[in-house]
Design a protein around this ligand. Structure first.
Ligand code: SF4
Ligand code: SF4
Ligand code: SF4
Length: 204
């Protein structure tokens, strides 16, 4: 995690609320989209754990009031994630076509999308776990696909004492030592920091 990561949440508040009066702020979403597209082929979901304003907002603000329950495993299923991805991208494309290219209307569509998804993410974050939305967020799914197995947390079996401290701090509730779950790792590095035996490290 970067030093600025905990403070980025303010950006999602600005875009979602101030954007209703200043639709130009919606274009910030394009910057987010471009950034994660550039990073994900090399670092998988690194953007989610380090630069995403909504991820930061949920981790560090919603996390303070969250019920911190187990995220339902079904939400990680691609039978859920792919239809959500197709629906949201299709719906946004349809709305953008309706604007006929008008600058402020396009900006407003991005603002409304940001406000809607952030509201859902906050409600899920409060009632279940801060990163619930991130298990099936379309942008997370896209990074999962583009990133494949890049920059994974590698386990040194000989050092591990099976204390499971790594699993307890993982914001995505992953089985940290199981490579099958690693494509949804958001590269926050918390498991690596907490490991008492230095048994974990990022590897390309
Ligand atoms: S899954 Fe979506 S909301 Fe969550 S951190 Fe990644 S891009 Fe942001
Ligand atoms: S925190 Fe380190 S030692 Fe403990 S289970 Fe995880 S990898 Fe193993
Ligand atoms: S596996 Fe480690 S680096 Fe990946 S999300 Fe979980 S705590 Fe963060």
């Amino acid at each position: 995690m970067l030093k600025i990561t905990p403070y980025l949440g303010i950006l999602v508040v600005i875009v979602s609320i101030a954007g209703l009066w200043y639709p130009i702020l919606g274009y910030f979403m394009l910057l987010v989209f471009a950034t994660l597209l550039i990073i994900s082929p090399f670092r998988g979901r690194w953007f989610c754990g380090n630069l995403c304003p909504r991820g930061s907002f949920n981790d560090f603000w919603v996390g303070k009031i969250s019920k911190n329950k187990k995220i339902p495993p079904v939400l990680r299923s691609f039978w859920i994630r792919v239809p959500i991805f197709i629906f949201m991208m299709g719906f946004m494309g349809y709305r953008l076509l309706q604007t006929q290219g008008l600058f402020y209307q396009i900006g407003m569509i991005f603002v409304i999308m940001c406000l809607t998804t952030t509201t859902i993410a906050i409600l899920l974050g409060f009632s279940i776990n801060p990163r619930t939305w991130c298990t099936f967020c379309p942008m997370g799914t896209l990074q999962h696909i583009l990133g494949k197995d890049r920059y994974q947390v590698h386990l040194d079996d000989e050092k591990c004492i099976s204390c499971r401290k790594c699993d307890k701090v993982c914001p995505m509730q992953l089985d940290v030592r199981n490579s099958l779950s690693k494509r949804d790792c958001i590269k926050c590095g918390r498991c690596i920091e907490i490991c008492p035996r230095d048994a974990l490290a990022f590897e390309n």
